[in-house]
Design a binder for this molecule. Structure first.
Ligand SMILES: Nc1ncnc2c1ncn2[C@@H]1O[C@H](COP(=O)(O)OP(=O)(O)OP(=O)(O)O)[C@@H](O)[C@H]1O
Length: 256
């Protein structure tokens, strides 16, 4: 579904080589966890997959089409099919769960309908369904600011599902949650992944979560892909390789 070919991203402001020459193929049915130290390039990689970050060189093919050559209008279509969940949820706190979830459909509707906030019966039924899927039916009309972190992330997942995506991306979606709640969120992500046959790609710092839930692990180090394989092959030596600093960069390493 997504082919990444020789992807490199160099940020001109900082002259940082965030990603260097990454090539891989991601298929529907993969539940991928991306590991790596702080600054390894995980967020940049995720952002490239839905066109939020342009490659410096290389290509990203989404359903066979090179999105690195897309204009904004074509990128909007790719983003519609790519649900995204975030560490800090990116919800509108004073709006209800239902209102936040409905914003997930904005990409499919006219600006006028979005402005006046008019939704069809089918759209409202879809919103109710995805709110039920994440276990929040009883709180559908509660303001998001009144929810716990775990409940907020459930709203984030429901909003992404309301897009009816083919791909679900997560940029450290459990980094602000306690271990028990993180497990609940990953269980929910696994259920949705299987039921909806999604390609799921999640950045995560917690290696135990990655090993428990992922079908495939990618490890980035200094912007390079140093591991791509099943969780059982990610052993102590791979862990050390991923999380140990290179001597020449260690002094400047914010992760140490
Ligand atoms: N917009 C930007 N402009 C300049 N440099 C950037 C920008 N975004 C990221 N970087 C740099 O690119 C490198 C990779 O950053 P990125 O956020 O992708 O890493 P990460 O693995 O997601 O880190 P973390 O786990 O801390 O979120 C870092 O050195 C970072 O400082």
């Amino acid at each position: 579904m997504i082919q990444v070919k020789n992807l490199s991203v160099h940020y001109p402001d900082t002259k940082v080589k965030a990603l260097t020459d990454i090539s891989l193929s991601l298929e529907r049915g993969d539940f991928v966890c991306v590991l790596g130290k702080s600054g390894a390039g995980k967020s940049t990689f995720i952002r490239c997959l839905n066109g939020l970050q342009k490659p410096t060189s290389g290509q990203i093919y989404f359903d066979g089409k090179d999105i690195s050559a897309h204009n904004e209008e074509k990128l909007r279509k790719v983003r519609r099919e790519t649900g995204m969940i975030f560490q800090h949820f990116s919800l509108i706190p004073r709006l209800s769960v239902m209102q936040n979830v409905l914003t997930g459909m904005f990409g499919y509707r006219s600006s006028f309908k979005n402005l006046i906030g008019w939704f069809t019966a089918d759209e409202l039924a879809l919103a109710k369904r995805v709110i039920a899927d994440v276990g929040l039916s009883e709180m559908a009309y509660r303001k998001v600011e009144q929810l716990s972190g775990g409940q907020k992330q459930r709203v984030g997942i429901a909003r992404a599902l309301a897009q009816q995506p083919k791909v679900l991306l997560g940029d450290e979606p459990v980094a602000s949650l306690d271990p028990g709640t993180s497990n609940h969120i990953f269980t929910l992500l696994t259920e949705m992944h299987e039921r909806l046959d999604l390609l799921t790609i999640i950045n995560v710092h917690d290696i135990e979560l990655a090993k428990r839930y992922a079908s495939r692990i990618l490890a980035l180090k200094d912007g390079k892909l140093i591991f791509d394989g099943p969780p059982e092959d990610f052993r102590d030596s791979e862990y050390r390789e991923t999380y140990t600093s290179n001597p020449q960069t260690a002094f400047f390493d914010p992760g140490i």
